[in-house]
Write a protein that binds this ligand. Structure first.
Ligand code: NAD
Ligand code: DAU
Length: 352
């Protein structure tokens, strides 16, 4: 197997930690460098199990700082990049869009420049893999699915910043022949997700008997994929994806928010030995998210046909595993919800 020095950005976050773990364990011959700023969403405990692996190095750095990034490329001679670092929460992007422009757009361009400069004499093997989201395609109102050819129509500051970064990645391929590949994935769920996102937030609130803030009528639809299946897809796209191409990743697993929330409530009642229906009483309808996208749904046939990827878990199994993880990792949850989390929570939900 070819020796590679792979830079994975955002590897202390939710999806990144699963990608780092998979690559460190599956490819002992690769040197994996995990670069992360450790924002509120980054947590080294997410990857504690592999921190002493001989092929793993952690680099604390900010992708917005071009000098720092250029120096790290020079020092470690990265052969490839798998870029996941981002500001990732839509609600935060509504409150503070500029952070999303800086990290998601400027940070991505800094990485592209560093890769372009280091790889300028060797453009035959290196890969710059940009991990993106289905939200760049906008909101589906009349049925149908997002294809790789669907026109971009981002609706939130978060999705606008991700769309912009996708465009820059393609522009560097077109203009400088940088060997890029992209994927756009649907909503992930699973262990280690920061409890600002629907699934872990609601599991934690049910555990603490706190209200479950459902935006609007709970009719919005998301297509849910277990995070380890996304990490497996990233492995496939990195190793087998065609250069210059985009692959949509999704679970063919659509749920309205309210139905999904009811599934979580029922499962939590069982786990916590509560009377069936008790957790549902915590459901509280609150003011809708501004510009709330109605429906996302991915057509994942391209990656399935071309690369042979498919989701490994049925949703019922995935959600059960997820709930079990959060219940048996109470210390993780308590730690990430201490400190500034409470201020964030109060500020966002008090207004609703
Ligand atoms: P996350 O918020 O859990 O993690 C993001 C990580 O990036 C954190 O570890 C954080 O410390 C790091 N980071 C943030 N700003 C940084 C900076 N300036 N420099 C270096 N590191 C920085 O995010 P996630 O949910 O794991 O998402 C990872 C990627 O996957 C993102 O690019 C996101 O757009 C994309 N994505 C997420 C989902 C989803 O459902 N969560 C779905 C599709 C695509
Ligand atoms: O589709 C992929 C995207 O999925 C990723 O690119 C984003 O990084 C990720 O955060 C996620 O975005 P969503 O906005 O869909 O995820 P979130 O968990 O914030 O919300 C899921 C749905 O639940 C959405 O319709 C809003 C609703 N919601 C969310 C929260 C946090 C609520 O009703 N109440 C809540 O408190």
């Amino acid at each position: 197997m070819q020796k590679r020095n792979i830079l994975i950005t955002g590897g202390a976050g939710f999806i990144g930690s699963h990608v780092v773990r998979l690559f460190v364990n599956k490819y002992p011959n690769y040197n994996i460098y995990n670069l992360d700023k450790l924002t509120y969403a980054g947590n080294l405990k997410n990857i504690k199990d592999i921190e002493n692996a001989p092929n793993y190095t952690f680099l604390k750095a900010d992708i917005v700082d071009a000098n720092q990034i250029n120096n790290l490329f020079e020092k470690h001679q990265f052969t490839d990049v798998i870029h996941l670092a981002a500001e990732s929460h839509v609600d935060r992007s509504i409150t503070n869009p500029i952070d999303f422009v800086m990290t998601n757009v400027v940070g991505t361009v800094n990485l592209l420049n560093a890769a372009k400069n280091l790889w300028k004499n060797n453009l035959s093997e290196n890969i710059f893999y940009h991990v993106s989201t289905d939200e760049v395609y906008g909101s589906l109102h009349d049925g149908g699915f997002f294809l790789e050819t669907t026109a971009y129509d981002p609706q939130s500051p978060y999705s606008a910043s991700k769309a912009s970064s996708d465009h820059f990645v393609r522009a560097y391929h077109n203009t400088y022949n940088l060997r890029v590949v992209l994927s756009n994935c649907s909503n992930n769920y699973g262990p280690n997700q920061f409890p600002e996102k629907l699934v872990p937030l609601f599991i934690n609130n049910i555990r603490n008997n706190k209200p479950l803030p459902v935006y609007g009528k709970g009719e919005n639809v998301r297509d849910w994929l277990y995070v380890v299946d996304h990490a497996r897809a990233i492995d496939d796209v990195f190793h087998k994806g065609r250069i210059g191409e985009t692959y949509n990743i999704g679970g063919f697993n659509e749920w309205t928010n309210i139905d999904l929330i009811k599934v979580i409530c029922k499962a939590m009642d069982k786990k916590l030995d509560r009377i069936d229906g008790e957790s549902e009483k915590l459901i509280t309808y609150v003011t809708d998210r501004a510009g709330h996208d109605l429906r996302y749904a991915i057509d994942a046939h391209k990656i399935m046909k071309e690369l042979g990827w498919e989701p490994s878990l049925q949703f019922e199994e995935g959600i059960e595993k997820t709930i079990n993880w959060y219940i048996s990792n109470e210390a993780w949850m308590n730690e990430v919800t201490s400190g500034s989390y409470q201020n964030y929570y109060d500020a966002l939900y008090a207004k609703r």
